[in-house]
Structure formats: C-alpha cells, structure tokens
Design a protein around this ligand. Sequence first.
Ligand code: THU
Length: 133
Amino acid sequence: MDYENLINLAIKARESSYSPYSGFSVGASVLCKNGKIYTGCNIESSAYSETICAERVALSKAISEGERDFVAIAVVGGKDSITSFTYPCGACRQFLSELCPQELEIVLFNGNYIEKTTLGELLPKSFNRSSIV
Ligand code: THU
C-alpha cells in the first residue's frame, strides 16, 4: 500500500504540535479500515509527565468517534525538520495494542525514506486483554 497521503497528513498534523519544553514536534495519522484518517500531534505540559504523544492523540480521536478497526499509523517527528525516524514510545506501543491488531502497520518517515514495521514487531509478547480475561 502507498502511504504517501498518510505520511503527508502526519507531517501536516505535526505543524500543530505544542512542544515548548522539548522543541520536538511529532505528528501522527491513523488509517481506519473504512478509509477514514485521524491525525494528532504531541501536546506537552509544564507538569512534564502529563505530556501526551501524537500517536495517542490521533488514536484517541479515532476511538472517540467510534472507530475500532485500524490498519496503519504514520508517525513523523523532529526538532526542526524531520531528519530521523520517530519510533512510538513504549507507552504508545502499549496504548496502541489495546485496540489495534498486531498487524497494524507502523509507517515512519525520516524526511527521505519510509520505514514500515508492525505493532507486533515493536511490542512482541505484550500484556493485553487476553492476559486478564
Ligand atoms: N513524542 C511523541 O509524540 N511520540 C513519540 O513516539 C515519541 C515522543 C513526543 C513526546 C514529547 O512531547 C516529545 O516527543 C519529546 O519526547
């Protein structure tokens, strides 16, 4: 699948990043099975631990609109321009794993190249619903 559009929407979402403390702006875009796309950016807090990552903002927007079937998430980040791959942090991997399949494609862009991986590759043997029910 060609993820150019998804990446471009993540790049656009990154422009809304509120990141005065780290200066590191992140944008994310989630593609649903029905074709709809939801975007998000990181939002930092002066109480640092309340910061929320772009991935969790994008997925929360999708879930709160009733979406449950997810195909891919694109993530882009950087201080000024986008120069390296921004891998989802551990908290985001766990958050994604609640309602996304292991096959969820994670699409990263470093300004030049696209790297594709999956949630299962980034968070193998995760603690999940089946662990507790
Ligand atoms: N950040 C994200 O939004 N997503 C990630 O996957 C990695 C980190 C944000 C959190 C914080 O606002 C800034 O990047 C620097 O850590």
